[in-house]
Design a protein around this ligand. Structure first.
Ligand SMILES: NC(=O)c1ccc[n+]([C@@H]2O[C@H](COP(=O)([O-])OP(=O)(O)OC[C@H]3O[C@@H](n4cnc5c(N)ncnc54)[C@H](O)[C@@H]3O)[C@@H](O)[C@H]2O)c1
Ligand SMILES: [Zn+2]
Length: 704
């Protein structure tokens, strides 16, 4: 569609309009410039919707789109039916059958500031001929839009948004999502056929787990939950979809027909948007009834969106803004829609979390397991208030997959507390001066040759004495989530190592404090602190020690599982591969790595030395709670607990000898269900050995 030359020219035009758009005083273009801006927008729409390959961030695109809107408003005579403002985007995929929506699935008008909201409210008031409009606010869920049709209480069809007029039929895939019921009692409300809109999302937790699994298989991580969710919908194998643990929020009824015998007043819920959400909820659909707010007047709206932006990172799922809707459905009808969006709703977008920048160079770092990780150095760029200047690019396959070169323009994303990721490179924008990234053949630290195991993406330095690895192992050992020896930070470890004062992990417990006291910057007090902190670490519970050892694939969760499974650390050395695999979430790969660790003579010598210094090798909980009434029973909590915090409930179980597990499986004894329990409950119902109990039953179980 576009030649390389076109792309370069359009990229330059884009940068020009972006600059103009970012000027402090909103400018409008001269009539003659409109067509050029439209060409730029059409190009980016094509890249985004058709080629699935955006070259600017959404924030940048929205800015250009607004510039066009403003200009068209000033010159209404120049609006043409083919202007980008006159339609919804196009993203149809040939692999699925397409089916028309009952009502077109439009876009939303976007706003980024208070002034835009006030402006919109003024327009609503004008058309409504009334002040103080009642609005609802909902999170703008950051996933993939879907449309569902229930007919005679049965889910008959699920579509993607597609081009807004027609969507792809993804019914089979959607049926894998547990928060979408296959049947729902709409007939109780006199409804025969109903079309519902919503968003399929992946929670932050499911996303993290999914990425962990990808990493275990040596595959590259996904950049964000949205891509992971959207990608799932169009997968060919529904079983794969089921594995991704997707969820859905249903937030809009776009159409319904009444049963012939239904009276006009079948339900008062049918009069407002909030009522509709309630109706969906009562029919068993996951609508945002708890999340939504109803307010009067735009000032209250502004207050609420600000409050929500602060909450953003605490939510279990990603949202990229809020959607504000007119609550009264009759008024919605009066307001109607443009060809692009309904006039009764507007999205308020939060601060952007994506940006484009240039990849300047690549450094290679050696980790504690010898894995060599390439780290890209970037032109510093601010995203969501933080400046990002370097970013892990994981491994050689990742570099190939993302097609990264030094000098490339890249799109990066920083979502909440997730480590920033490169979403993509933009080979279209290359000038020919970019350089390939060459992976080293030798360890950048100890210079021994690097090896790559069959089926793995990672190159490793296998020299066990490699300085980088030794240092990283010690740094990991003392880190916050491991032995947490705060006074012995990374800088001290490096310094002591260089001076020959610290060579390995057990060396921490035979540090020569007299020698340290002689060093610059170490007073009596700081040496004492260091000594105390090291001494205190001997009391750290077993699971921290296991995690601190840095066994490959053994993260904090697995370390807890292992600690719970034994009474003494060295019991792990005696467990067979099969026994290890019986444990929660331990598969063949993790079990192999644990066995590998415990069969290494050097590791065993290290453990024996640590033991001789008095570190906690016993599972204290097990020895103390040998007679606990929940001894050996496994528990999992789901939903919102109302009587206690989840962490409290978990420690009550552990104090009585019970074990907390991470997921529903046949190894689970009790599922404790709070409010709004979701997929875990559904899954547990299918395994009849699991006892499903509520909070009260849980309490009486504790007291037995
Ligand atoms: N980067 C680029 O080059 C480029 C090009 C074209 C478009 N885009 C981006 O695509 C976006 C336009 O896409 P869009 O039309 O899907 O708009 P949108 O994503 O801004 O908003 C509309 C969507 O929000 C979702 N949504 C989530 N929660 C909702 C709720 N509670 N109520 C209603 N809807 C809710 C729905 O799926 C709906 O379709 C723009 O933000 C633009 O930045 C980017
Ligand atoms: Zn090395």
């Amino acid at each position: 569609m576009y030649t390389a030359e076109n792309i370069h020219a359009l990229n330059e035009l884009t940068r020009k309009w972006m600059q103009i758009e970012s000027l402090p005083n909103a400018v409008e273009l001269a009539a003659a410039d409109i067509e050029s801006l439209r060409t730029v927008l059409r190009f980016h729409e094509y890249q985004y919707y058709v080629a699935d390959n955006p070259l600017i961030s959404d924030f940048e695109f929205d800015g250009l789109y607004k510039l066009l809107e403003r200009t068209e408003k000033a010159h209404p005579d120049l609006i043409t039916p083919v202007s980008p403002t006159q339609r919804v985007g196009n993203s149809l995929n040939q692999n699925f059958v397409t089916v028309p929506h009952l009502v077109p699935m439009l876009s939303l008008e976007n706003s980024y500031n208070k002034a835009d909201l006030l402006d919109w409210d003024r327009r609503v008031q004008e058309i409504a001929h009334q002040p103080n409009i009642e609005y609802t606010l909902e999170p703008k869920f950051d996933g993939a839009g879907i449309s569902l049709v229930y007919e005679n209480d049965v889910l008959v069809r699920a579509l993607t948004r597609g081009d807004g007029v027609e969507g792809e039929d993804i019914t089979t895939n959607i049926k894998q999502i547990h928060s979408i019921p296959l049947t729902a009692p709409f007939s109780k409300y006199g409804i025969q056929l109903i079309e519902i809109r919503g968003e399929v999302i992946m929670t932050k937790q499911a996303f993290a787990l999914y990425n962990e699994k990808l990493a275990e298989q040596g595959l590259s991580p996904m950049a964000n939950p949205r891509n992971a969710a959207a990608g799932s919908l169009r997968m060919k194998d529904p079983k794969e979809v089921a594995k991704r643990n997707l969820q859905a929020f249903l937030y809009h009824v776009s159409y319904y027909t009444k049963l012939p015998y239904a009276t006009e007043t079948a339900s008062a819920l049918l009069n407002t948007h909030a009522g509709m959400l309630q109706l969906l909820w009562e029919c068993g659909l996951h609508s945002p009834v708890k999340e939504r707010k109803i307010v009067k007047g735009i000032d209250a709206v502004v207050q609420q969106v600000e409050a929500f932006e602060h909450l953003r990172d605490e939510l279990p799922y990603e949202i990229d803004g809020m959607v504000i809707k007119v609550n009264n459905l009759a008024l919605q009808e009066t307001l109607g829609m443009t060809s692009h969006h309904p006039r009764w709703a507007i999205a308020y977008k939060f601060k952007a979390r994506q940006a484009t920048t240039v990849l300047q160079s690549v450094e290679f770092q050696v980790g504690r397991t010898g894995a060599v990780t390439p780290v890209a150095k970037l032109n510093p760029v601010a995203i969501g208030g933080v400046t990002v200047s370097s970013i892990s690019i994981h491994n050689e396959d990742y570099i190939k997959e993302k097609d990264l070169k030094i000098g490339d323009t890249v799109l990066i994303e920083r979502a909440g507390d997730v480590i920033p990721q490169i979403v993509k490179s933009m080979p279209e924008l290359r000038t020919g001066h970019e350089k390939a990234i060459h992976f080293p053949k030798h360890c950048p630290v100890c210079h021994s040759p690097l090896f790559k195991e069959e089926g793995e993406a990672v190159w490793r330095c296998v020299n066990i004495e490699c300085k980088a690895q030794v240092l990283e192992r010690i740094i990991h050992f003392v880190s916050k989530d491991a032995m947490d020896i705060k006074s012995l930070g990374e800088a001290n470890i490096r310094r002591f190592y260089e001076l020959g004062l610290l060579k390995d992990i057990p060396g921490i417990y035979r540090l020569d404090f007299a020698a340290i006291a002689q060093l610059d910057g170490f007073g009596k007090k700081s040496v004492e602190n260091l000594q105390n902190a090291i001494e205190a670490s001997k009391k750290q519970p077993l699971h921290r020690l296991i995690y601190a050892l840095g066994i490959r694939f053994v993260g904090e969760t697995t370390a807890k599982t292992l600690a719970n499974a034994v009474t003494h650390l060295l019991d792990l050395a005696k467990m067979s591969n099969e026994e290890l695999q019986q444990l929660e979430d331990i598969g063949v790969k993790v079990a192999g790595s644990i066995q590998h660790f415990f069969s290494n003579a050097q590791n065993l010598a290290m453990l024996n030395e640590l033991k001789s210094y008095g570190l906690q090798f016993n599972n204290e909980k097990r020895t103390q709670t040998h007679n606990g009434n929940l001894q050996g029973q496994t528990f999992l909590f789901t939903g919102t607990l109302t009587k206690f915090k989840r962490s409290e409930a978990e420690s009550m179980v552990e104090q009585r000898g019970g074990i907390i597990v991470g997921s529903v499986s046949s190894k689970l004894n009790y599922l404790v269900v709070g409010e709004d329990a979701g997929s875990k409950l559904e899954k547990a119902k299918k395994i009849n050995t699991i006892k499903i109990i509520d909070e009260n039953e849980f309490l009486s179980l504790l007291q037995q």
